[in-house]
Ligand binder design. Structure first.
Ligand code: SF4
Length: 447
């Protein structure tokens, strides 16, 4: 063997074609699956991303908001490029670009300089700050750093700088989303609660939902009802703005004044209980009006619950137009039933999505067969099992908590399914020859 300089290169190991084929076949066996499921200290291709990515999504959902990463430049590029690829839109965000000296001496100088520059250059109305791994490992004190930044005049005293610790070695993107949203709401509503005031509005929170179409659909439903609302962390314009020849750095998001006044709302509804757990707990203690946390409306039953809750909260009947849409959706499901009935599915992803996928598949007479979550809890497992127990189609479903996409590959190689639903990294398993699965449906491409 010779390299491109013509020099002989000794291969490190010699692997015969037969050996490669033997191993390729072996990793599809029950024997390999057992070994794969016995691993404890290694994660391969998890179906989730790191906390700061979720924090950035929440930060993009507000007017004039410039997400600010306290940490490494490479991490900031990863979140941005993930959003670019998913939304096919710019995701303007800044980082204070900590390097070796920051890792040794702490990142306060980086943070102060970057705040001053970003405020002067990009003229944001708010900079939500969140952390990458490095400052979390060295223990940077964000509270003190930000207080010092204001005292030094890096930004004006009244400039909103919500901040969240988002260590990536703990939790996932949904926890980062939750922490950042909580901090933004705490910051913007501080001192804004007015005794006896009621905006008459619904505060709606979608949770970690990276489909701008869903946000528009929620708004359309509220318009049909005639319910005034404030959509908190609204990314529908941020990541789906019209192409009209003018670049806008901050094309949308919830108005900061509306977010501040949301504390005086008539009701607050969160539609992603797992992605908004901390935020909802705080809202219950601090927001006026009624508070409800309910499942993301996937499928008929969960959408019915959502519409009935809106009707109950605002004393308005479900509009006839929505009832007609429901009828058409049920008709469509009946028409498609023959193709889906009895088909086995592998589903994987975030807790809130999984509950929705499973519920919808059961309604279609499909079999949610392998159900996998890379960051889940006993509570989620119980909730999924309870859902499976409601239907004869749920009998064969098996739940795998804290397993990754390499585990899922073993599952579908040894016990194939007809289709997969989850983020796009499942496509590699879906394409393998022994898998019967024909489709991998993208929710969000995480990393
Ligand atoms: S896991 Fe840590 S190092 Fe990796 S991109 Fe996320 S924040 Fe950065």
């Amino acid at each position: 063997m010779a390299n491109n300089l013509g020099l002989a290169v000794k291969p490190v190991t010699e692997i015969s074609v037969e050996e490669v084929e033997r191993v390729a076949a072996w990793i599809n066996t029950e024997e390999y699956k057992e070994k794969n499921f016995a691993r404890t200290s290694l994660v391969i291709n998890p179906a989730h991303a790191c906390q700061p990515l979720g924090a950035e999504l929440a930060a993009h959902g507000f007017e004039g908001s410039l997400p600010f990463v306290h940490g490494s430049q490479g991490c900031a590029s990863y979140y941005r490029s993930t959003m670019n690829r998913h939304f096919r839109e710019p995701a303007p965000a800044v980082s204070d670009s900590m390097t070796e000296d920051g890792a040794v001496f702490g990142g306060q100088n980086n943070l102060h300089e970057a705040l001053e520059n970003a405020y002067a250059i990009y003229k944001p109305k708010m900079m939500p700050i969140f952390t990458s791994c490095m400052p979390e490992i060295i223990g940077d004190d964000l509270t003190a750093f930000i207080k010092n930044a204001k005292n030094k005049g890096c930004v004006p005293h009244d400039f909103p700088l919500p901040y969240a610790n988002t260590p990536s070695f703990n939790g996932s993107h949904i926890h980062g989303y939750d922490s950042m949203l909580l901090s933004i709401l705490q910051t913007l509503t501080e001192g804004k609660a007015v005794e006896g005031r009621c905006t008459g509005k619904l505060n709606l929170i979608a949770g970690f939902d990276a489909n701008t179409g869903n946000y528009r659909e929620y708004k359309r439903i509220l318009k049909e009802f005639g319910i005034p609302y404030t959509f908190l962390a609204d990314i529908s314009e941020t990541f789906d703005s019209p192409l009209d020849g003018h670049y806008r750095i901050y094309p949308g998001g919830t108005k900061l004044d509306d977010a501040a006044d949301s504390i005086n709302g008539k009701a607050t509804l969160t539609l992603g209980p797992y992605a908004t757990a901390k935020t909802f707990t705080w809202i219950k203690d601090n927001y006026a009006g009624k508070h409800v946390s309910m499942s993301t409306p996937f499928g008929v039953a969960k959408t019915d619950n959502f519409l009935m809750k809106l009707s109950e909260l605002f004393g308005k009947p479900v509009p006839e137009s929505l009832k007609a849409e429901r009828g058409r959706a049920v008709d469509l499901m009946t028409d498609a039933h023959q193709y889906i009935h009895g088909k086995k599915f592998a589903v994987y992803g975030d807790p809130d999505y999984l509950l929705g996928y499973v519920s919808f598949l059961l309604e279609m007479g499909a079999v949610p067969y392998h159900i996998l979550c890379s960051k889940g809890t006993k509570k989620l497992e119980k909730e999924l099992q309870a859902l499976l127990d409601t239907s004869m189609y749920g009998k064969e479903g098996k739940i795998y908590i804290n397993k990754d996409l390499w585990h899922l590959r073993s599952l579908i190689m040894t016990d194939p399914v007809d289709a997969m639903i989850g983020e796009t990294h499942g496509k590699f398993a879906a394409r393998t020859p022994r898998s019967r699965s024909s489709a991998s449906v993208s929710r969000f491409s995480t990393g």
